[in-house]
Design a protein around this ligand. Sequence first.
Ligand SMILES: C[S@@+](CC[C@H](N)C(=O)[O-])C[C@H]1O[C@@H](n2cnc3c(N)ncnc32)[C@H](O)[C@@H]1O
Length: 204
Amino acid sequence: MKKDHFAERSTGYDETVYRLRYVDEMAEAIRRHLPLERDMHLLDFGAGTGLLTERIAPEVAEITAVDISPSMISQLQEKSEAIPCRLSLLQKDLCHDELPEILVDGVVSTMTLHHIEDVPGLFQRLMQLLKPGGFAAFCDIDTEDGTFHTIDTGVKHFGFDREEIRQWMETTGFENVDIEDATVIRKPHGEYPAFILWGYRPRG
Ligand SMILES: C[S@@+](CC[C@H](N)C(=O)[O-])C[C@H]1O[C@@H](n2cnc3c(N)ncnc32)[C@H](O)[C@@H]1O
């Protein structure tokens, strides 16, 4: 069985003030750059306890929240009735497990890419879950010196170089790829700029 890197962190995860602030600002960046609509079905990749899901739920019809961690999914399950859209929870490793048989209008994700070893491979898998014309949007941190995480929760990248990650997305076949500032994460021991990266599955 895979290690649950978030087993000791899931309780109390939603009580960290800097985290609530950056997810607020990342949700705002998603609203600013992507065309969220009331009839959309989104997939929240690495949904965790649902901080992003609960912020964008009022604007869409349905969210499929996917996370590898049983403890994070169980925290999200506890608050699922308060989430104002249709919600499905899937405990899955989206890098290796069989993909769910769904096609969504958009994939959204906050602070999960840096836990993924093969990011271009993940982009290819997520492309298969998108309707033609659907979007994928990822918020994560810029390249850092390794001080962002004080506990190792399965970190594979100390942030990302914007030009490199943008090229990974373009090479996978996404169209109209772009990357912009999302927020600056202010932890007690330092400040970490974060981006929003997005692109669209071609229609043809
Ligand atoms: C830092 S947390 C972010 C949670 C949430 N998106 C937020 O912003 O609060 C990263 C999440 O990604 C999940 N995760 C890591 N690798 C994954 C994978 N291969 N498939 C699905 N979820 C994964 C972890 O279990 C964790 O809940």
